[in-house]
Design a protein around this ligand. Structure first.
Ligand code: AR6
Length: 204
């Protein structure tokens, strides 16, 4: 079955402590971030992000899982989009998914170390996906760990681009976004996110 966001706990910098705390944003309290371990195709959410390739016509990894779960109409709409550049994002309906929309973004391919251009491109994937969401009134978004599978971007570097981009976006467009879910698939990614979140969302 699918997973309601009501059942996805909000992350706090003091998880496990008796008093729930919230990270500070311009002196105000905030609770919008979650780390969710599992299959992104199961989430009942406004938008899931797809780690696609430039063709937008499907592939392996999370892209393959999303296309399988959404059904053939997704590929049909994707074909009409005529591809997507690295670092950019395009939106479609969710079709058979419990998510209303799919935001397709194309991460950089990392080969033998990460260049500054690749780092910027990965950051842009997160920023442009969130911008595309808000342009379509999507107020809850789930991200996979873009580029860290088939595209070979080191997960321990990618996590910083993901967290910095989301923090920056929430600071600038706070009123337009309610929830951002980092959907991790590997236990090692869960550890990386939980370890690094307090750097970007420090406790009050
Ligand atoms: N839910 C959430 N995360 C998942 C799922 C899932 N169902 N399945 C895999 N992951 P990847 P990339 C994780 O390779 O590196 C495709 O062929 C996975 O463990 O899917 O950006 C595209 O068409 C990893 O942490 O994406 C492109 O050609 C993360 O998703 C290329 O792969 C991303 O791994 C894109 O490569």
């Amino acid at each position: 079955g699918s997973v309601s966001l009501d059942d996805v706990p909000v992350w706090t910098p003091t998880a496990g402590a008796s008093e729930p705390s919230r990270y500070q944003r311009n002196g105000k309290l905030d609770q919008k971030i979650s780390v969710y371990s599992g299959d992104i195709t199961k989430l009942e959410i406004d938008a899931i992000v797809n780690a696609a390739n430039k063709s937008l016509l499907g592939g392996g990894g999370v892209d393959g899982a999303i296309h399988r779960a959404a059904g053939p109409l997704l590929k049909k709409e994707c074909a009409s989009l005529r591809g997507c550049e690295t670092g950019e994002a395009k939106i479609t309906c969710g079709y058979g998914l419990p998510a209303k929309y799919v935001i397709h973004t194309v991460g950089p391919i990392a080969q033998g170390g990460v260049s500054e251009q690749e780092r910027r491109a990965l950051r842009s994937c997160y920023r442009n996906s969130l911008l595309t969401a808000t342009e379509n009134a999507a107020r809850s978004v789930a991200f996979p760990c873009i580029s860290t599978g088939i595209y070979g971007y080191p997960p321990e570097q990618a996590v910083h681009e993901a967290l910095a981009a989301v923090r920056e976006f929430l600071d600038a467009h706070h009123d337009k976004m309610d929830r951002v879910i980092f959907c991790v698939f590997l236990p090692t990614d869960k550890e990386l996110y939980l370890h690094n979140l307090p750097l970007y969302f420090p406790p009050e």
